[in-house]
Design a binder for this molecule. Structure first.
Ligand code: SF4
Length: 327
């Protein structure tokens, strides 16, 4: 069942550049469509600055799109900071990369888990102590750790505490923005396993944003690869990772260390272009090793292939089953 749907969302920022402070329009998200379903995870991957985090904020309604729709349970998300939005936000939680920055250093973990219970009037204040202990247990922490301050916990424990706080409102959706990239590799696996357990237990829909393709492949039911504000390939991880169709996906996968790989690796050259000076046609064409003249003139649409995945590339043999654009 689809809980959250982004339909052709676009978000542009105005920035000041240069000696004279000229205004530039930076297109962070340029027409993204995604669906989140209960009990399933969509992984959003791509290089830094490709629009992943902005997409996450648009999904939660923290930012409004310039155009396109975000619907939750079939209803368009209300304007941020309205009563209706606050009521909905209880059902959607965001997990950040930096657990220390996301916690208040002056408050105990228990006090911080009680905050959303009080704000959303969940249970009576007399019950909150017990609820804190239950939430800590759900994320593998001891009841006495409710009395700890953030600096007294390890990075992994802090991320567990943030998950306990997020679960306090019984959310339907978790948007996890690089949730383990600040943690040691050994701790990353523990937190990812915890997320998978919590998803099973609570039927959470997750949007997992990461630059780490390998990690996303381990936990996502569907992976969407973003480049310069657009999804360029989307499908099941097994198909997408074993036979990437888009040259950008191929290059990203080639950059993942793999001792068993044989043959040449299509490494990515150059930096992503400035989003304020978006290339014409396919935005990837200045870095694409197989670009043809058409690529700099015509933007490829994201179209379904026979194997069910979506690809935006003129040369990826994309035959639309329905004969129509999907984004
Ligand atoms: Fe490369 Fe052209 Fe495909 Fe873009 S459309 S990824 S430039 S081949």
């Amino acid at each position: 069942m689809t809980l959250l749907r982004l339909h052709k969302v676009k978000r542009t920022y105005s920035t000041r550049q240069g000696l004279f402070g000229e205004t530039e329009q930076v297109s962070a998200v340029n027409g993204v469509s995604l669906s989140l379903e209960r009990g399933r995870t969509v992984g959003l991957v791509g290089e830094s600055g490709c629009g992943k985090s902005t997409t996450g904020r648009l999904a939660l309604g923290i930012e409004l799109p310039d155009s396109g729709d975000v619907t939750f349970d079939g209803t368009r998300l209300p304007h941020p900071n309205t009563k209706a939005w606050k009521a909905l936000r209880r059902r959607m939680q965001l997990i950040f990369q930096d657990p220390l920055g996301a916690l208040d250093r002056r408050l105990t973990i228990g006090a911080q888990i009680k905050e959303p219970l009080a704000i959303h009037k969940i249970g009576s204040p007399a019950d909150h102590e017990g609820q804190v202990h239950r939430l800590l247990a759900a994320v593998g922490m001891r009841p006495d750790q409710a009395a700890s301050y953030p600096h007294e916990l390890s990075g992994g424990q802090r991320q567990r505490a943030i998950l306990a706080r997020a679960l306090a409102t019984s959310p339907d959706i978790l948007v996890c923005d690089e949730p383990v990239s600040a943690l040691d590799v050994s701790i990353q696996a523990q937190v990812v396993n915890l997320l998978l357990d919590l998803q099973k237990e609570f039927g959470l829909a997750m949007l997992f944003i990461s630059h780490d393709l390998k990690l996303v492949g381990c936990l996502a039911h569907e992976v969407a690869v973003m480049y310069l504000g657009l999804i360029v390939e989307q499908g099941e991880p097994a198909t997408l990772y074993n036979e990437p169709a888009h040259p950008y996906t191929k290059a990203l996968l080639a950059a993942v260390p793999d001792s068993t790989r044989r043959g040449p690796r299509p490494l990515l050259s150059g930096e992503p272009p400035n989003p304020a000076a978006r290339p014409t046609g396919c935005a990837f064409h200045p870095r694409c090793p197989i670009a043809v003249p058409k690529c700099s003139q015509v933007e490829p649409a994201l179209l379904p292939r026979a194997d069910g995945r979506l690809v935006a590339c003129h040369l990826a043999h994309v035959e639309s089953a329905a004969g129509e654009k999907v984004s």
